[in-house]
Design a protein around this ligand. Sequence first.
Ligand SMILES: [Zn+2]
Length: 294
Amino acid sequence: MPQNVSSAELAERLIDAVMAQRLAPGTRLSEQQLADLFGVSRTIVREALTRLTVRGVVEVNSRRGWFVVQPSPNDAREAFEARRVIETGLLLEASPGLTAAGLRTLRAHLARERRAIASDDAAQRSWLLGDFHVCLAECLGNHLLADILRDLTTRTHLISMLYQSSHEARHSCDEHAQIVAALEAGETQDAVRLMREHLQHIADELLIAAPADPLDSMRSTLAPVEAAVARRRQAGAARNLNVTPATTRGTRSSTPASATPAKSAVPPKTLKSAQALKPAASSKLLKPLIKPLT
Ligand SMILES: [Zn+2]
């Protein structure tokens, strides 16, 4: 681990960790742990985290501390819209366009993407696929937009982690290669169309992938234990056998109402919580996440 890093370097390390999909949305960032890890003061850590708050990657809660943001479905829609506007606009407007050196850089980037995919290195692969867009902006000569795109791409990486994007790395890499080929051929309009389609594909797959049902974990935890259910059924049957003689003796009228195993014996509160675990009750949570980017 590097020691005595600046707050800007520390912020970039955290951005890289998100881009590599190592730092998940909602992760708590302990000031003290980061200070210890990087050998810096808590003041430096706070400066770095404040930078990332401004960049929309970290949020602070006065009582609970610093956290990696968890973008809402609306944040996701906005982030993809912003990327579409900036990235297609950049291709159309960039001046002086792609130079021979820029083309070499992009080709080298594509080669690194392919190597990371072939080696199944998830962190490298994720980082490189996001960085392609930043690299493209740099190669087109706009460092200001490259910085903006780094933050936007970081956000869409968080969104992909949160909403379980299944967009295949190989497809992304192929689509990147097609964009570069169109730029190389001087076909700007084709490059714009390919970029729009590429961003749409990523967003579309977020739509398909619903967020994890927050009740999933509790549902599996509280799923009936077969042996226990059978045991209880057995015990219930035995108990019924014991009460049968009383009811058949014609003493029904004198039997207290509470002795009958009626449905009303279940306390209303229990019924309510049991219903809350049914999938139907939670289906409202699985609404589409972001509107299609038309
Ligand atoms: Zn991409």
